[in-house]
Write a protein that binds this ligand. Structure first.
Ligand code: ADP
Ligand code: ADP
Ligand code: ZN
Length: 215
């Protein structure tokens, strides 16, 4: 099963992708995570992407298209994948269609996670993750069971993203509405677009997704 989780920054795509990975034995492919890994490694690609990401702008279509195309060919994607953060522009969506056709693959579901802009600012500014295993948390909405200790791996070091500040969030939301939201009619016209209420609590959103994907 190959799916796209579509939604603005902070909508809960990464959080839900983790559940879907286990539940449906498919792999999360996050272009944001891939780009942050490139930045951390100091590669030429990372150096190119760093300033753009910190400004809340989008990196070039060709760069992410190539990244995803190579990643989908890896053996761990054989059972299916969850695209998280890709496609983000109409040219990316068109390139994805061509790429999947070339590889003999298809999209099963495109799911929009609907969340109000005001809620997104709170979600993004409160977001942090485990430095060791990457598990996601939130200052108010997703607190570790034991304070200061990661539920998944027991790690005690946490980190925040350089672009998760109130200033950059505004640019990222503007980019979403201008560049990414136009993808929605693209998939609507193909009859594969579905939506969940992303304003609901985390486990409620998981139940909505399970119901939709198991159907
Ligand atoms: P995205 O991948 O779409 O940018 P995340 O999954 O990282 O979003 O979620 C952003 C932040 O909001 C995280 O700190 C996460 O813990 C929190 N969060 C995710 N889903 C919900 C929800 N349904 N209600 C409240 N907080 C949420
Ligand atoms: P969020 O879900 O919170 O918006 P991501 O982790 O998906 O964050 O993306 C972080 C940043 O990485 C984006 O603001 C953008 O600079 C870059 N990026 C990620 N995916 C793409 C993409 N498909 N196209 C262009 N830029 C991307
Ligand atoms: Zn951890």
């Amino acid at each position: 099963m190959n799916i796209i989780l579509l939604g603005p920054p902070g909508a809960g795509k990464g959080t839900q992708a983790k559940f879907l990975e286990d539940r449906f034995r498919i792999i999360q492919l996050s272009t944001g995570d891939m780009l942050r890994a490139a930045v951390a490694s100091g590669s030429a690609l990372g150096q190119q992407a760093k300033a753009i990401m910190n400004a809340g702008k989008l990196v070039s279509d060709s760069l992410v298209i190539q990244m995803i195309s190579e990643r989908i060919d890896q053996p761990d994607c054989q059972n299916g994948f969850i695209l998280d953060g890709f496609p983000r522009t109409v040219p990316q969506a068109e390139a994805l269609d061509r790429m999947l056709a070339d590889k003999g693959l298809r999209l099963d579901h495109v799911i929009e996670m609907k969340v109000d802009d005001e809620a997104l600012v709170d979600r993004i500014t409160g977001r942090y993750s485990c430095a060791k295993c990457g598990a996601g948390y939130h200052d108010l909405f997703q607190i570790p069971k034991v304070a200061g200790c990661c539920d998944s791996c027991g790690g005690t070091a946490f980190k925040r993203r350089a672009d998760d500040n109130a200033e950059t969030v505004k640019t990222r939301l503007a980019q979403y509405h201008a560049q990414t939201a136009p993808i929605l009619p693209y998939y609507q016209d193909r009859g594969i677009l579905k939506a969940v209420d992303g304003m609901a609590a985390i486990d409620d959103v998981t139940r909505q997704l399970e119901a939709l994907l198991a159907a």
